[in-house]
Design a protein around this ligand. Structure first.
Ligand code: F3S
Length: 94
C-alpha cells in the first residue's frame, strides 16, 4: 500500500528538511516575513499558527522573535512553500 495523506506529507517534508539541513540536530531556524511583499493571503498563520499571526489588516506577522521551536520546522517550511508572494524566509542561525 502506498502511504498517503498527512503522514506521507509529513514524511516527505521531513526528508526535504533533512536535505536542506534543517532537520533535527541543526542550529536554530528563524522565520522572517518581508512586509513589502506580504499581501495578506493568510496561509502562513493558517498553516503555522504557532509561528505566525496577523495584524489588524490581515497581513502576516512573525510571532515573538521568529525562532522556530523544535518540532515546528515542518510547519515553517509549509508556510514558506505556500506563501503566494514568497514573502517568507527561513534562515538558519549560525
Ligand atoms: Fe502574507 Fe504570505 Fe502570510 S502573503 S499573510 S506572508 S501567506
Amino acid at each position: 500500500m502506498t502511504p498517503h495523506g498527512p503522514d506521507a506529507i509529513s514524511a516527505a517534508l521531513a526528508l526535504s528538511l533533512k536535505s536542506y539541513g534543517l532537520g533535527e540536530g541543526s542550529g536554530a531556524v528563524k522565520v522572517y516575513i518581508d512586509s513589502g511583499r506580504c499581501q495578506g493571503h493568510g496561509r502562513c498563520y493558517d498553516l503555522a499558527p504557532g509561528l505566525f499571526g496577523d495584524d489588524e489588516e490581515g497581513y502576516g506577522q512573525v510571532l515573538g522573535d521568529g525562532i522556530v521551536p523544535p518540532g515546528q520546522e515542518q510547519a515553517a517550511r509549509l508556510a514558506v512553500a505556500n506563501c503566494p508572494e514568497r514573502a517568507i524566509d527561513l534562515l538558519e542561525e549560525t
